[in-house]
Design a protein around this ligand. Structure first.
Ligand code: ADP
Ligand code: MG
Length: 675
C-alpha cells in the first residue's frame, strides 16, 4: 500500500463505500491521510453529568438505560430518545433522524457521548451527541466531516488501519535544513499527530508545521513565478514631469493623488525598480495617478502597458487616456480580443517599432507576439482578477520595468503581502472634491414598489440606475430567474423605459455590448446579477436597488454600491432584505452608516473571520486549507525563508529541494484558473 493506493482496497471498504468516500473527496490513501479532522474530542477529560458545562462540547461516559425508542414526527423525520446514566445522575439523549447511531446503542452498554449539555437543573440532556463505544485508549480522538453512510468513527478506523504500521507515506517537501532551522515537525509525523494527537502541544506543533508549509509553498511559488527580483533596473528616468502632467488635467489632483504620484516617481527616478500597489476606494481617481506615471515614463523615453481585466474597462481607460493626453504627442493604442486581425497586426507592429508609447488592453497584451523595444512601466487594474500565472507575464516583456497594480478592494496588509509579495503600497484615502456621499437605506420587501417608484423618478430626471436581481430560488437557474425578473420589470413597472439585462451566462461579447449601451445612456435601467463590472464609470447612474441584500458580504455590497455616486449628482442605494438575523442587521447598519471602503473592509474582516478571505477565492489565490490571515507571524517567517530559498536556488534545482519543487508545481498547476 502506498499513498496512491485506491481507497477501495482498504479493509472493509469495497466498491460501495468507496463511492461514499469519494463524495468526501477521498479517492486514495493519500487523500484519506490529508483529510484532517474538523475537531477533536478528548477522552482524557471525561465529565460527569452533573459537572458538565453548559453549551460547551464535552465528553460524558455513561451507560444506556434502554434501547432508543423511535417516533415518527413527520414524513422523513424520526426522533429517537433514551436515557443514560453515569452512575450518579441521569441524562436524556435525543437523536434526530439518525437511525444508524440510535440503533447502534444497546441497553446496559457503556458509551462516550460527545456534545453540548443542555436541559435544566433537574434533568440534563444532550441532543444529537456523537456516540462512540468505549474501546481502545482514553486519548484525544479525531472528529471528521461525515457524509450519509460514512460516519466519523469509520473514517477514524480507516485512518488507523493505514497509520497503525508506522509507515511513511509521503516525502517531506520541506528541505531538512529548513526544518531543522525552524524546528518543524517531519511531514509524516505531522500527519499522524493531526489524526491521533499525543497531546495538545504536539497537535499544535503539527498544525504549525502544516500552516508554515502551506504559506511557504505559496510564497516561494509566487516568487519564482514572478522571477528573480533585482533591486535595480536599467529603466532610467532622468526628469520628473509630474507638474507638466497636472497642467493637462481638467481638475486639480487631490492631495492623496499627489502623494501617490510623488512616492512612485521618486522611486522611479532613483533607479530602484518600483513594485507598487495602489489602493483606493472606488471613485478615488486611480486612473489619473496611473496616467501621471505613464506621462513620466513616456516623456523619459519609455513605453507603457496598461492592462485591465475586461474589454469594457480597457475601452474606458483608453477613452480616459485619450482625453488626458489630448494635447500631447503621446501615441496610444487599444488592443483587445475584439480588434480585427488586420488591426491587431498593425497595432503590434507599431508597438514593436516603438511608434506607440502607450498600449492599453486586456489579456491580449500578454500574448507572445506582443513585443516592446522599450517597456518601462506596466500597470494592471484590478489585478486580483487575473490569475497568478498572468501576473508578471507582462513585465517579462521588458527588462525589469516598473510596475503598478491598482486595486479597489481594500485588503489587509498580510493579504497584500501574500498576493503581491514584497511591495510598496500607496493609498488614496480621499475622494475628489464635490462628490456627494451616497445615501444608503435598508428596507423590507413590503415597500419594494416605493423603491421602484423612487428609481423611476430618477430615470424621469434623465439619470440612470441599476437593480441587482433577487436570489435564485431553488430549482431555478440563475439565467431563468434574471430573465424573468427583468421581463417583469420591463413589461410592468418600468414599461416604456429602456431596460437592459446583464447576467453571468452571457457571452463576454454580449455583456460588453449591453454595458456599452448603458455607458452611452441608451439603456436607462440595468438589471443585473452580480456581474456588473468592477470599475465601470458611469457618472450619470445615481440609483441602485439591491434585492436580497442579506446574501452579500459587506465588501461585495460596497463594491456594488461603488457603481453609483461617481458624478455630481446625489446618489442613493436601497438595500432590500427581509432577513431578521443579527448578522444581517449588523451588515445593513454598517452599510447605511459609512461609505468608507476601508471601514467596510475592516468590519467585513471582523464579521466574517479571516478564513473567508481565502475561502471565497476572490483574490485568485490557491485555496488555503490550514492557514488564515491571523497567522501573521508564520506568514512573515514563510516570506523570509521563501526569499532565502529563491535567492539560493531560484529554480529549485538542488537535490534537497526536489520535493519542494514538485509540491509547488502541483499547487500552482491545479489551482490557479481564475478567469
Ligand atoms: P477609480 O479609482 O475608481 O478607478 P477613476 O479613476 O475612474 O476612479 O475616477 C473616477 C472619476 O473621478 C473619474 O470620472 C475621474 O475623471 C474623476 N476624478 C479623478 N480625480 C479627480 C480629481 N482630483 N478631481 C475631480 N475629479 C477627479
Ligand atoms: Mg478604476
Amino acid at each position: 500500500m502506498d499513498k496512491s493506493t485506491n481507497i477501495q482496497y482498504l479493509k472493509g471498504v469495497g466498491e460501495k463505500r468507496a463511492g461514499l468516500l469519494n463524495k468526501l473527496g477521498l479517492f486514495t490513501v493519500g487523500d484519506l491521510l490529508q483529510f484532517f479532522p474538523r475537531d477533536y474530542m478528548d477522552w482524557r477529560k471525561i465529565s460527569t453529568i452533573d459537572e458538565a458545562p453548559y453549551d460547551m462540547p464535552c465528553c460524558i461516559r455513561a451507560v444506556v438505560n434502554h434501547k432508543p425508542k423511535g417516533a415518527k414526527i413527520r414524513k422523513g423525520m424520526t426522533i429517537y430518545k433514551t436515557v443514560v446514566t453515569d452512575g450518579h445522575s441521569l441524562m436524556d439523549i435525543t437523536i434526530f433522524n439518525n437511525k444508524y447511531s440510535a440503533e447502534g446503542m444497546e441497553a446496559g452498554k457503556e458509551y462516550i457521548f460527545y456534545g453540548k449539555v443542555g436541559g435544566n437543573f433537574h434533568r440534563r440532556e444532550m441532543n444529537s451527541p456523537m456516540v462512540t463505544k468505549v474501546e481502545g485508549e482514553m486519548r484525544i480522538h479525531p472528529i471528521y466531516h461525515q457524509t450519509a453512510g460514512i460516519n466519523s468513527k469509520s473514517v477514524e478506523k480507516l485512518v488507523n488501519q493505514v497509520l497503525s504500521g508506522g509507515e511513511k507515506y509521503f516525502e517531506d517537501c520541506l528541505p531538512l535544513s529548513l526544518r531543522e532551522k525552524l524546528c518543524l515537525m517531519e511531514y509524516n509525523d505531522a500527519i499522524y499527530q493531526m489524526h491521533f494527537p499525543t497531546n495538545e502541544d504536539l497537535l499544535s506543533e503539527a498544525r504549525r508545521r502544516l500552516i508554515f508549509e502551506e504559506l511557504f509553498l505559496f510564497q516561494s511559488g509566487l516568487m519564482s513565478l514572478r522571477g528573480s527580483r533585482n533591486e535595480t533596473t536599467p529603466v532610467f528616468f532622468e526628469k520628473d514631469y509630474t507638474e507638466e502632467f497636472y497642467s493637462l488635467l481638467p481638475f486639480s489632483p487631490t492631495s492623496a493623488q499627489r502623494r501617490a504620484v510623488s512616492e512612485s516617481v521618486k522611486q522611479m527616478l532613483s533607479q530602484n525598480v518600483m513594485n507598487r500597489l495602489l489602493q483606493g476606494d472606488v471613485g478615488s481617481g486611480k486612473t489619473a495617478v496611473a496616467c501621471a506615471l505613464i506621462y513620466n515614463a513616456v516623456k523619459n523615453g519609455y513605453q507603457c502597458a496598461f492592462m485591465a481585466p475586461t474589454e469594457i474597462l480597457a475601452q474606458q481607460h483608453f477613452q480616459t487616456c485619450k482625453k488626458f493626453f489630448e494635447n500631447t504627442d503621446i501615441s496610444i493604442a487599444l488592443l483587445t480580443g475584439s480588434v480585427t486581425a488586420a488591426n491587431k497586426r498593425k497595432i503590434k507592429e507599431n508597438l514593436k517599432n516603438g511608434e506607440t508609447d502607450l498600449i492599453i488592453g486586456t489579456h491580449a497584451l500578454i500574448q507572445d507576439d506582443v513585443e516592446f523595444p522599450k517597456l518601462g512601466l506596466v500597470i494592471t487594474d484590478e489585478q486580483h482578477r487575473f490569475g497568478v500565472k498572468h501576473r508578471g507575464a507582462l513585465s517579462q516583456k521588458g527588462e525589469r520595468p516598473h510596475t503598478l497594480v491598482m486595486s479597489a478592494t481594500p485588503i489587509p496588509r498580510t493579504l497584500a503581502l501574500m498576493i503581491y509579495g514584497d511591495l510598496d503600497v500607496s493609498v488614496l484615502d480621499e475622494l475628489p472634491p464635490g462628490r456627494q456621499p451616497i445615501e444608503t437605506y435598508s428596507i423590507n420587501s413590503k415597500i419594494r414598489d416605493r423603491a421602484y417608484g423612487y428609481v423611476k423618478k430618477h430615470l424621469d430626471e434623465g439619470r440612470q440606475g441599476y437593480i441587482v436581481c433577487p436570489l435564485v430560488e431553488e430549482g431555478e437557474t440563475e439565467l431563468a430567474a434574471a430573465e424573468e425578473y427583468a421581463k417583469r420589470l420591463s413589461e410592468g413597472f418600468f414599461a416604456g423605459y429602456e431596460v437592459g439585462l446583464l447576467h453571468g451566462k452571457m457571452k463576454p461579447k454580449d455583456k460588453e455590448q449591453v454595458m456599452a449601451r448603458f455607458v452611452s445612456g441608451e439603456i436607462k435601467l440595468l438589471v443585473s446579477t452580480t456581474v456588473i463590472e468592477v470599475g465601470v464609470d458611469v457618472p450619470n447612474s445615481v440609483i441602485m436597488v439591491i434585492e436580497n441584500a442579506e446574501r452579500f458580504g459587506l465588501s461585495q455590497l460596497h463594491q456594488l454600491r461603488g457603481r453609483i455616486g461617481r458624478g455630481q449628482y446625489k446618489s442613493t442605494c436601497i438595500l432590500i432584505t427581509d432577513a431578521q438575523n443579527e448578522a444581517t442587521k449588523e451588515r445593513m447598519k454598517i452599510m447605511t452608516q459609512t461609505t468608507d471602503g476601508f471601514k467596510v473592509a475592516d468590519a467585513d474582516l471582523k464579521m466574517r473571520g479571516p478564513g473567508d478571505f481565502f475561502g471565497a477565492r476572490q483574490h485568485g489565490l490557491p485555496q488555503m486549507n490550514m492557514a488564515s490571515l491571523t497567522d501573521t507571524e508564520t506568514l512573515t517567517e514563510a516570506n523570509r525563508f521563501a526569499k532565502e530559498i529563491i535567492h539560493d536556488d531560484p529554480n529549485f534545482e538542488k537535490e534537497e529541494n526536489k520535493y519542494l519543487k514538485a509540491a509547488i508545481e502541483k499547487l500552482f498547476n491545479s489551482d490557479l484558473a481564475m478567469n
